[in-house]
Structure formats: structure tokens, C-alpha cells
Design a protein around this ligand. Sequence first.
Ligand SMILES: Nc1ncnc2c1ncn2[C@@H]1O[C@H](COP(=O)(O)OP(=O)(O)O)[C@@H](O)[C@H]1O
Ligand SMILES: CC(=O)N[C@@H](CCC(=O)OP(=O)(O)O)C(=O)O
Length: 320
Amino acid sequence: MSARKHTALPKARTLIEALPWLTRHHGKTVVIKFGGNAMVDEELKAAFAQDVVFLRHAGLRPVVVHGGGPQISAQLERLGLESEFKAGLRVTTPEAMDVVRMVLAGQVQRELVGLLNQHGPLAVGMTGEDAHLMTATRHYAEVDGERVDIGRVGEVTAIDTGAVRALLDDGRIPVISSVARSADAGDGTGVFNVNADTAAAALAAALGAETLMVLTDVEGLYEDWPHSDEVISRLTATELEKLLPDLASGMVPKMRGCLHAVRNGVHTARVIDGRVQHSILLEIFTDEGIGTMVVPDEPAAAAGIADIKGSSESEKAGAA
Ligand SMILES: Nc1ncnc2c1ncn2[C@@H]1O[C@H](COP(=O)(O)OP(=O)(O)O)[C@@H](O)[C@H]1O
Ligand SMILES: CC(=O)N[C@@H](CCC(=O)OP(=O)(O)O)C(=O)O
């Protein structure tokens, strides 16, 4: 009897090693932004869904906000519609807006909901239009110091988290497309195209999330992009603010979003490599994380981070 081999013992130990982390994060909200460029590989998408469902079953409250830039561009091209970006944002004509809404809510969101629901009746898709989740006004881009009209691109002015909280309380995983309703009831099509990083950050702040995780197609924030692949692993809000004017293209809304989140109550904002399978779990269970972590400046909030870091260190020690 005593000589019997319990071959699953290492697995049991691994699960128990995660116990302190699971206890600490039980009931915490995590907003995860899944970027269009990290969403092109089938295996990655399936692994992403597994990670999110794992978090949900581990007692966290994950919320998914998804992008779909490459998918929108492909559809616009198929339809022979021009697509142009200014200051990292898509110039969105009313015709392009129809395509953005169709691709995000009708294609990308449906696919993610389907993948998540392979694991049970968990995911519910919605856009910022639903239940007044996201209200926006027209956003003007700034190019070389000038205010430029980029069409139906929205700036989030209000968030009503009621429907998302109700879904979370019901044990569901909200999957949100970054289309917002217009603040002006008499406004044409009544919807705006919001950058998905911006939408995720605004939602994380409004929900008082513990963490904002932005999955993308690079390892994190590179210190001297595109000349070096040295990733900045940790920086404070003030350090990030100083870097913002030097950032380019897709990193601008991402890092602006991270800054907004940690300045508005979110404890950590992380940019991680969505090309790595199970990157969400890797980020959580690895001491230093695998990407870039932004933390608030305030001593009180920073104390919270120290607590998280200290504990994850002991987890790593336990895992070694
Ligand atoms: N400092 C930087 N560090 C990392 N990537 C950067 C940086 N500056 C610009 N980029 C660019 O930003 C891209 C990520 O943004 P984006 O293409 O919008 O991704 P997603 O589709 O995931 O939202 C990277 O692929 C890279 O080309
Ligand atoms: C205003 C604006 O640029 N909206 C984005 C919305 C999708 C998005 O942000 O997708 P990614 O996260 O994959 O880049 C767009 O039209 O492409």
C-alpha cells in the first residue's frame, strides 16, 4: 500500500503552489485586451480561451476586450474601401464605420465567444452600445500640432458598468467590442469606432479592476524601438508619462491606456506577448512577468504592488 506510486503527485504540488496566488486574487477583476495582431493564429486563440476560462474557474472575474485592426483592414480592402491611420487611429468614414462594427461585433467577437464557450456556458458578447456600456464623443487626432478630423472615431466620455457587473456576478465572461454609442441622440449612425486599447483601459478603470493585461504582437514595450529589442520590464506612471511623446504607432494608445488605468485605481497594467502560448498564465505565475508592467506612483497604491510582488516571489521560490 505505502509503496504505491502516486504519479500525479507533482501535478498536485503544482496546484498547491498556486494556492497563495489564488487566495489573494479570488474575486478580483482582470481586464484582458486581446489584440488583432495576436489573434491571427488558431492555436494561440484556443490557448487564450483556455487561460481566460482557467482564471474564471480559479475565482477571478475576467473581462475580455478585443481588437481586430488587421481583420477590419482586410475586410475594407475586400470591399475596395480605403483605410488610413492618423496618430495610430483609423480614419473612419460612415461606410468604414459599418464595416468596423460588422467585423468587430459580428466576426471577431463571435469567434472569441465561441472559443470560450467550448468550455461551458460562460462568455457573453456585447459592444459598448449595449446597456450604455460606453458613450463617446468625436475624437480629433493631433498631427504635427494640428487638430485633424478622422471621422467617426470616438473618445469615451462615460462608462456604465452595470451590465458587465451583472454578467460577472452571474459567473459569465463578458467579451466586449470597442464600438461606443454616441452621446448625441440625434447623431447619424449613432456609433463611434474606439481604439480597443483605449476602450480596455477605460473599462478597467471604471470597473476598479486589479489588473489590465494588454496582449500584443511584441514582447512588451521596447526601450529603443525599432533599434533594440531590450524590453522595459517595469516602470512607474511618471516614468511612462515621460516616455509617451517618443512612442510610435500602435504603442501610443496601448501605453496611454496603461497610464490612464494605473492613474485611475488599477493596480497594475501589463503589456505582454500574445504570440506566446498561455502568456496570461505565464505572466501571472512568473516572478518578474514576461512583458512590461506599469505601476502607480502613489505610495499607498505602490504598497499594494509591493504586496503582490512579494507574494509572487514566494510563489516562485515555492515553485523552484
Ligand atoms: N516602443 C515600442 N515597443 C514595442 N512596439 C512598438 C514600440 N513602438 C511602436 N511599436 C509597434 O507597436 C506594435 C503594437 O501595436 P499594434 O500593432 O496596434 O498591436 P495590436 O494589434 O496588438 O493592438 C508593435 O508591433 C510595434 O510595431
Ligand atoms: C479608432 C481605431 O483605430 N479603432 C480600431 C479598433 C480595433 C482595434 O483597436 O484593433 P487592434 O487592437 O487589433 O489594433 C480600428 O479601427 O482598427
